[in-house]
Design a protein around this ligand. Structure first.
Ligand SMILES: [Zn+2]
Ligand SMILES: [Zn+2]
Length: 345
């Protein structure tokens, strides 16, 4: 089963990855009638009325969208009129992809992450700025579990609209999409994630595992790479519920690209009442084309028999990779418990 609409807003925020990737080409490009006057982000905008959407393609240049947001935020008293344009927040476009030029934004294509907003102003931004899909209150922390300590968690707050967005990643075997509810998940930049994807591909080619485990899967990016690279059995595991849940959604949304026939999701789309599970819970599984994929929610050291047998290779993508002794212990603990090889990407 899969929720028929977006798990956050009920609308059509999630489409099959093939469709999303195809539509992303040209999605942020101007038409011949589009106009762009780049603004200096270090200065406040010139204080003119908001520029109109292009009459032909209905897109607007990102600086015009930001100016429109600046105007509303200044009216709402959450910033002052002298706040530089670039200081109102971080624009997260959907889908996120490598871009060579600043984007022209179609409707509902931007999630704004900002420290400077209250709920009332956030609701105005979603209602009055057509390009804004959702507004997240930025609490200044990386959402999820900090450094493997289950008692240290943080999340940002969706204040208005919907914050479900996707990023598009590329492997040697083709592109895929990763959806997430952004207020509950860390930000992945397609360019920055490239080296991890390459590390996973080359370890798989070297070790030829039967079973690949993405032990701290986040929304599933590296596990999906392993499926595309051809590992017969892939496990995506995370102790943070939103990560497991979105890993399951991403198996489903990418099932065509991954050549999986069936994806069955056992997780409820809503809140299971807790964010973290010490025990290992099966969230989704799929099969087809002689491959298997499994999503687990829980502490990976407690996955036990949920990790299928075979020649195993695990990637453990924890936050905070500065403590070499700790990383060494994480790898040796994994190997002692499950055998096979393991690496930090
Ligand atoms: Zn939505
Ligand atoms: Zn246009």
């Amino acid at each position: 089963m899969i929720p028929p609409g977006c798990p956050v807003c009920g609308k059509d925020c999630i489409s099959d990855a093939e469709v999303l990737i195809k539509e992303a080409m040209g999605r942020f490009s101007p038409c011949e009638e589009c106009l762009a006057i780049p603004l200096d982000k270090r200065l406040p905008p010139p204080g003119l009325p908001p520029a109109e959407q292009c009459p032909v393609c209905r897109k607007r240049f990102i600086d015009d969208v930001f100016s429109h947001c600046h105007l509303i935020m200044a009216e709402g008293g959450v910033i002052d009129a002298e706040t530089p344009l670039g200081a109102i927040g971080t624009p997260l476009i959907s889908p996120g992809t490598n871009m060579s030029a600043p984007p022209f934004l179609p409707e509902r294509s931007l999630v704004l992450l900002t420290r400077n907003v209250d709920r009332k102003t956030a609701e105005r931004l979603v209602a009055e700025v057509p390009e804004i899909k959702g507004v997240i209150g930025d609490k200044g922390a990386v959402p999820g579990i900090s450094g493997g300590d289950f008692s240290l968690t943080s999340e940002n707050e969706l204040l208005a609209g919907c914050d479900v967005r996707a990023d598009i990643f590329r492997t040697s075997g083709g592109a895929f999409a990763v959806y997430k509810q952004q207020s509950l998940m860390h930000i992945e930049f397609p360019r920055g994630t490239g080296p991890k994807i390459q590390a996973v591909e080359s370890m798989i080619l070297k070790e030829k595992p039967d079973v690949f485990i993405d032990a701290c899967s986040g929304a599933g990016t590296l596990g999906l790479v392993a499926i595309i690279t051809g590992v017969p059995v892939v496990v995506l595991n995370d102790a943070w519920y939103p990560a497991s849940f979105w890993s399951a959604i991403n198996l489903y949304a990418n099932r065509g690209i991954l050549k999986l026939d069936e994806v069955e999701i056992f997780a409820p789309p809503g809140d299971p009442g807790r964010r973290i599970s010490p025990d290992s819970v099966r969230i989704a599984e799929s099969s087809g084309n002689n491959r298997e994929a499994l999503v687990l929610w829980g502490d990976y050291m407690n996955s036990g028999n949920n990790i299928p047998k075979g020649r195993r290779l695990a990637t453990i993508d924890i936050f905070g990779k500065d403590n070499a002794a700790k990383l060494k212990k994480i790898i040796s603990d994994w190997k002692a418990a499950y055998g096979g090889d393991a690496f930090i990407p």
